[in-house]
Design a protein around this ligand. Structure first.
Ligand code: KG4
Ligand code: ZN
Length: 314
């Protein structure tokens, strides 16, 4: 079965055709990021306006690149929550009208569940059940995935999301937006042991909290503003990244031991972070746990993961 996926939960407008939940025939992503960069974050009105202007073209490109005709699509799959309400509405209305006009069913999906599914596309060796860590700009959550229809939330952030913390720390350091890739790059030149940053504890040990560490970085920068140079900036990035990655690892492995699960999958924009990929893979190996990350193109928002999960939920 060919499934058309549509994703418009944040700044991206994405469409993809996936065959039988596995083979990605096309994956088109148009981002309005450059229009938001000067504001230091996503402006919802700009995002939804750009999505309204581009969704038809993006979908046409995805159909054309897949090499199949619109008549052969058997199902439309769309992100319905969580996300920016105006942006979601563009995708949902478009997907609904298309499914109705083609006389085919529509499935509406949770965006975080789709990020998990990014690990099961293509010839991935990941097998259920798994613990899933979703780390994006808007969310940080742990799930127990028994089947693609039974996804149990285990914990989530009590304040800022993990990617949001990267973005805010980059802003404090005057590094631009989005912060994740910039911090990762600078951290490579820094000493991760220079400053002891730590994430706050949470009542539920599988929840997360990132607003405290962001404030700690802010106070550190204010206290050392006269010494700020590229070396110190790199040390701050490396020390911050180290603290965040450590807490993600600790909680993901704790979830595995509580649920007695031997596989972890990671999804969302922060899953593109090489320090997280490397540290989690290394420690998982020592613990006898299999760790999976999507290819970089499926970490950030895309519609292939939406089309793939749609097939499993039909
Ligand atoms: O999943 P995503 O594209 O959008 C949401 O659903 O939120 O994630 C975007 C987030 C941003 O906060 C960005 O800073 C972060 O992912 N990010 C990274 C990296 N690449 C993107 N964070 C850390 N390291 C990276 N390499
Ligand atoms: Zn996302």
């Amino acid at each position: 079965m060919y499934v058309l996926g549509i994703e418009t939960s944040c700044d991206e407008t994405a469409a993809s055709v996936v065959e039988n939940g596995k083979d990605v025939l096309s994956n088109v992503v148009s981002s309005s990021l450059r229009f938001h960069a000067k504001y230091g974050g996503i402006i919802p009105e700009i995002a939804s306006r750009m999505q309204l202007e581009t969704i038809t073209q993006v979908t046409q490109s995805a159909i054309r690149e897949s090499g199949i005709s619109l008549r052969n699509i058997g199902l439309v799959s769309v992100t319905s929550s969580p996300g920016l309400i105006g942006s979601l509405l563009v995708g949902i209305s478009f997907a609904n009208s298309l499914a109705l006009s083609l006389g085919i069913p529509l499935v509406e999906l949770n965006h975080l569940h789709s990020h998990i599914y990014a690990n099961f596309l293509g010839n991935s060796k990941a097998r259920l059940p798994v613990i899933a860590l979703v780390v994006s700009g808007g969310h940080t959550s742990l799930f127990y995935v028994k089947s693609f229809k039974e996804i149990e939330p285990l914990g989530e952030t009590q304040d800022d999301a993990c990617g949001e913390a990267f973005d805010k720390v980059a802003k404090i350091l005057g590094l631009g937006y989005p912060g994740g890739p910039i911090i990762e790059k600078l951290a490579k030149k820094g000493n991760a042991k220079k400053i002891k940053f730590a994430c706050s504890g949470t009542k539920n040990p599988l929840d997360f909290s990132f607003s405290g560490i962001k404030t700690a970085v802010l106070y550190y920068v204010q206290r050392h503003k006269n010494e700020m140079d590229p070396k110190l900036r790199a040390d701050i990035c490396a020390s911050f990244q180290e603290a965040v990655v450590s807490v993600l690892l600790q909680k993901a492995f704790l979830a595995c031991s509580i649920k007695r699960i031997k596989s972890i999958v990671v999804g969302g924009g922060v899953a593109a972070n090489h320090c997280l990929r490397q540290r989690l893979s290394e420690e998982a190996k020592i613990k006898g746990i299999s760790a999976y990350f999507p290819p970089l193109s499926f970490c950030l928002d895309n519609a292939a993961m939406v089309a793939g999960l749609g097939y499993k939920r039909r």
